[in-house]
Design a protein around this ligand. Structure first.
Ligand code: PGA
Length: 266
């Protein structure tokens, strides 16, 4: 597992976007597994910049992790809407295919099977992830057991409370979602997890160093051979320094001290 710590979400986002670009340039038919949430926004902002500078998406397929059940693509809190508005809108080049689970499907089991078939036919080269404060990845919530394939999930109270910030009222947060399963995530060739802020520090430390447990789904990432955690100094703050080197990557050396041990931030 690689851990990269940055002094700002902006520089972390640029790094994550550059990893996505590398996959697109390397693969003939790149497949990106994409995520939603506040954390990935700096990555998407930087990635849009790369596309405006000429990065060609026309061979790229994207496959999103999850979607709320009951919200259609025009609903401002749906993940369809999130992706269009935060990543794809107005770009000079678009992916050849964008896939997001359909949370309005009449037959949800069939929709899950369709999604698994899609993932099977388009193996994911690069999977981007956020992490919930409860350790979820995608909407794979803490549980005594985890499902490997795409499935319907009941969101935990912690996730509902956390996502309520995007809705007018907590009652408006959908209680169920469709999510890619843990096996589909672990089958991606490369995984990048982003986390920022002190509220994520404990869960990040447990995901990196704790025992592998289904009640902290992100610990499953320890089983994968190519995972990078992209953090800021706050989300890395519960990790021992020897785990990440104790050197944050500074976005603009002229604005701060030379790169080196962050003694003042310990
Ligand atoms: P956030 O969500 O980026 O909005 O914190 C991450 C997640 O819940 O996976």
């Amino acid at each position: 597992m690689k851990i990269r710590v940055f002094d700002s979400a902006r520089s972390a986002g640029l790094y994550a976007a550059s990893l996505m670009e590398a996959v697109i340039l390397r693969e003939d038919n790149p497949v990106l597994g994409l995520a939603t949430g506040g954390t990935v926004l700096p990555c998407y902002q930087a990635f849009r910049g790369l596309v405006w500078c000429g990065l060609d998406l026309s061979r790229t397929t994207t496959i999103n992790l999850d979607e709320y059940i009951g919200l259609d693509a025009q609903h401002p809190q749906s993940y369809h809407y999130f992706m269009e508005h935060n990543l794809f809108a107005g770009l000079p080049s678009r992916p050849r295919a964008v896939h997001i689970p359909d949370g309005t499907a009449g037959d949800l089991e069939r929709e899950c099977a369709r999604y698994d078939d899609l993932i099977h036919r388009n193996p994911i080269d690069f999977q981007l992830l956020g992490i919930g404060t409860n350790g979820h990845i995608g909407f794979n919530e803490p549980s005594h057991s985890l499902l490997s394939r795409t499935h319907v999930v009941s969101l935990t109270e912690e996730t509902i409370a956390s996502n309520a910030r995007f809705f007018e009222r907590v009652e408006d947060v959908p209680r169920r979602a469709l999510t890619m399963g843990v096996q589909s995530i672990l089958q991606a060739r490369q995984i990048v997890l982003m986390a920022f802020g002190r509220a994520k520090a404990d869960v990040v430390a447990r995901a990196v160093q704790g025992e592998v447990r289904t009640d902290l789904p992100a610990t499953m990432l320890q089983l994968h051979r190519d995972v990078t955690f992209i953090l800021d100094v706050d989300s890395a703050s519960a990790l021992p320094r020897e785990v990440w080197g104790g050197h944050a990557v500074l976005s603009d050396a002229s604005d701060g001290p030379e790169p080196g041990p962050l003694l003042s931030r310990s």
